[in-house]
Every structure is written in C-alpha cells, then in structure tokens.
Design a protein. Structure first.
Ligand code: MF3
Ligand code: CO
Length: 291
C-alpha cells in the first residue's frame, strides 16, 4: 500500500515541489484502483526524474551496442566472437554487461539462433550460417542503471517463412508497446501481442516474460504476453518495464537445455523470434527508452 505523505512535505519524486502540488493526486488515483481490486505498482517501482535520466543514458549505450554488433552478423562468425566484441565495446563505452555473472550466466550477451527461443550462451563452437535468424539480447549497466533490449538479425538471405516470423514478431512488440499509457493495464500489452501472433498463425511463449527494470536487472512486474486486456498491473507514469515477446512459428511449448541450464528451445524444433525494448510509462503515454 502507498504510504501517506504529509501534504506540505516535499514530494517523494524529487521534483522539489510540495507533495500536495505534485504526486498526491496520482497517489490517490492509484489508491482508488487498489480499492477496486486492481493490482497496483508499489511506489518504489515508480522512477523519479533523476532515475529516468540514468536509465535513459544506460539505454543509449544499450542500443549503441546493438547498432555496433549488427555489422558483425555474418556467415561463419562464432557467437563467442560476437560476445567478445560486445564485452569490449560495452567496456569502451563505460558500461558493464548485466548478463555477465548474472545468476552464474557465463557471457556478456544472449545469442539465440533459429529454434533457440532465448538465453543462447555464446560459444566458440556455434557459428552463424547463411539463412539463420538470430536474436542478440543485450542488457547494460551504466552508472548503476539498467537497460535491456534485443533485435533479430538475418544472416545472408533467409527463407520467406523465417523473414515473415521476424517481421511479425517485431510488429507484435510494437503493437504491445502502442498499448502502454497511464491508467491502462499490463494485460493490454499481452492481449495486443497475442492477438497479432495468432492472427498470423503463430504462438507466443507463456512461461518467459518481460520485467520491470531500471534500478535492478529484473524488477516487478513480470510481463506476460498472453494476458487479457484490462487485467494485470495498473500502468502509472514512472513505471519502466521491458516488452519482449517470444513468437514461435509452431507451437508455444518450450524446453530448457539440460546441459547448460540456460538455452531455451522450441519443443517442435521450429524457429522462434523475439524483439525487446525498455519502455517508460509517461504522463501522456509512453517513451521507448531503447529506441
Ligand atoms: N536479457 C534477458 C532478458 O531480457 C535476460 C538474460 S539473463 C542471462 O531479461 F543471464 F541469461 F543473461
Ligand atoms: Co529483458
């Protein structure tokens, strides 16, 4: 529950204004939703202006890294070589790869090819091949602030079927992001994502989702993409989370690699595609921080 601030105290958001002239109206609105039974964000999830500035700076490095690595996505390169380049460039830009040593994860990036849904561990024995579709997922810490995004890349010329999967997965993410506005719900995002995937004959992974982000790598809320409109956490200005649906060409079922305990595959062996952006809920709608 949101604790009460003295009306003449300085607002918790750091604006320097009195609480009654700043966030008190918003807090009361949130409380009304809570009383009606909705899940609402705790205040600690709502970022202050300064924190948003920090996450924005981190996001700039995060997307610069994806821009950078795009040039190296070619037939024959090993995923370990890509990971090394990402590590070096992250350091050069003053950042830290958030993936490295996260819960024992051994590398600085996740590189997931074809039927690998996510969390592919870069390896000297895995090479990109002409016709592959590949997701590069990068998470960055800069000045203590976290950002996270991923893109699909096509190696050489890919089949029309795979190209369509890549394109539709991107549209799913974009349609999900379009839903994000204050006093909407997290479920609106999943509904839009899932509707578009199903319309194209695809399925959306259920067990793995997005997450709040900013002060830590993975914060609340958990963000599912098969959710229903009007359900889930209330969206409030200052909330920052990722939109990162995984769209499968075949069935939604997934299985985790029993050898490395990280890589996730489609059970039916068909390809999967994912795009990810970090998004801020603003007063009027949303801002994509990792544009
Ligand atoms: N970047 C992933 C995400 O979008 C998380 C990867 S965790 C790792 O949430 F340890 F596998 F790197
Ligand atoms: Co993420």
């Amino acid at each position: 529950m949101l604790d009460k601030f003295g009306r003449n105290d300085l607002c918790w958001c750091g604006s320097g204004r009195k609480y009654k002239k700043c966030h008190s109206i918003m807090d009361e609105q949130i409380e009304r939703y809570r009383l009606r039974g909705h899940e609402v964000p705790q205040r600690k999830l709502l970022k202050t202006k300064l924190q948003i500035e920090g996450i924005r700076e981190s996001s700039k490095i995060n997307i610069a890294l994806l821009d950078f690595i795009g040039d190296y996505i070619i037939d024959g390169v090993s995923t370990e070589e890509l990971d090394r380049l990402i590590y070096e460039k992250t350091k050069e830009l003053g950042g830290i790869p958030a993936d490295l040593h996260y819960e024992g994860y051994p590398k600085s990036s996740c590189i997931s090819i074809n039927d690998v849904v996510c969390h592919g561990i870069p390896s000297k024995d895995v090479f990109l091949r002409n016709g592959d579709i590949v997701n590069v997922d990068l998470s960055t810490i800069y000045n203590g602030f976290f950002s996270d995004s991923s893109r699909m890349f096509c190696v050489g010329s890919v089949s029309p079927e795979k190209q369509k999967l890549v394109d539709v997965a991107k549209e799913c993410m974009e349609l999900g992001i379009e839903q994000i506005k204050p006093w909407g719900f997290l479920g609106d995002v999943g509904q839009a994502v899932n509707d578009h995937a199903i319309k194209n004959g695809y399925s959306v992974v259920e067990e793995i989702g997005g997450h709040g982000i900013g002060l830590q790598f993975h914060e609340e809320p958990w963000v599912g993409y098969v959710t229903k409109q009007g359900t889930g956490m209330l969206l409030v200005p200052g909330l920052v989370f990722t939109v990162e649906p995984m769209v499968n060409m075949g069935k939604a079922d997934i299985v985790t690699d029993t050898g490395d305990n990280w890589a996730v595959y489609t059970v039916d062996g068909k390809p999967s595609a994912q795009w990810e952006k970090t998004v801020l809920v603003t007063e009027t709608g949303h801002e994509v921080l990792t544009y």
